[in-house]
Ligand binder design. Structure first.
Ligand code: SF4
Length: 261
């Protein structure tokens, strides 16, 4: 990881690009080499012990939850250069456990108050029966109130942006653990045509190949250009069949405010 970081840093410095490193991890491995990385963001997925251990039933870790909590505490204590965020992947079985989860994190001495709530997409044998509209209703009605109650920052919404997400950000890419490169988490890694070596040798080739995404602007889309949520949404994106859905419930809430005396 540090070798790759140093190579990317060299290219970024040559091109005068400020490098931000964002690590998405299951948090099972800790390394104090993380201290060497500047502008570092770490995102660790963790939920209540029973949910976490059921979904992360690794041979190497019988109690993956405890292992991850220990590593979060080590990061908070030792990796002072990092900004840490905890990710709670929401599905039908854990949607009512957010408060219990937060209380448990606090009781274990975790001081991070950054939490990324994310709808879990069904994959392989895992089926999430929670509908997206129920998820958004929960987010606006319950989840933000719980985050506020425990003084977690609510930084993911609203997000003022003029592009949908990091995949559309000009110089951003994701390095997977096998060295393949994709645009973001949602990009099908099997479609990946490049490795980290290709990008280090010829960064322009990668960004040219994805220029339709990298130079996308929602202003060119008729539906988005007239949408009142454009600055909160960023516009259409390849990973979401119905990106407007997340605003349906918000729209309903806003119209109920309008009708208040
Ligand atoms: S909510 Fe829908 S129409 Fe509005 S900006 Fe987002 S994708 Fe475009």
């Amino acid at each position: 990881m540090i070798t790759i970081y140093n190579k990317i840093k060299k290219v970024s410095d040559e091109k005068n690009i400020k490098l931000y490193v964002y690590i998405d991890t299951n948090g099972t491995i800790f390394s104090d080499k993380l201290k060497e990385i500047k502008n570092l963001f770490i995102n660790i997925t963790v939920s209540c012990p029973e949910d976490h251990n059921k979904l992360r039933n690794y041979i190497t870790y019988k109690d993956c939850y405890t292992q991850v909590i220990e590593n979060i505490l080590k990061i908070e204590k030792e990796i002072k250069n990092a900004k840490l965020s905890l990710r709670y992947n929401v599905h039908n079985k854990n949607i009512n456990d957010l408060e219990k989860h937060i209380k448990s994190l606090i009781s274990k001495g975790i001081s991070s108050r950054e939490m990324d709530l994310a709808y879990t997409v069904s994959h392989n044998e895992f089926i999430n029966t929670l509908s997206k509209s129920d998820y958004y209703k929960w987010l606006y009605d319950d989840a933000y109130k719980i985050l506020k109650k425990y003084k977690f920052s609510i930084r993911y919404f609203p997000v003022y942006s003029f592009y949908p997400c990091s995949a559309y950000s000009k110089n951003s890419f994701k390095v997977h653990c096998d060295g393949k490169i994709s645009l973001c988490d949602s990009w099908d890694i099997k479609k990946s045509k490049f490795s980290i070596d290709d990008v280090i040798k010829n960064p322009d080739m990668f960004f040219d190949f994805y220029k339709n995404i990298k130079y996308f602007t929602p202003i060119k889309n008729k539906k988005c250009q007239n949408c009142k949520f454009l600055l909160l949404c960023g516009g259409l994106r390849f990973c979401d069949k119905n990106p407007c859905e997340k605003f349906n419930y918000l729209n309903l809430l806003l119209s109920s405010f309008k009708n208040c005396n």
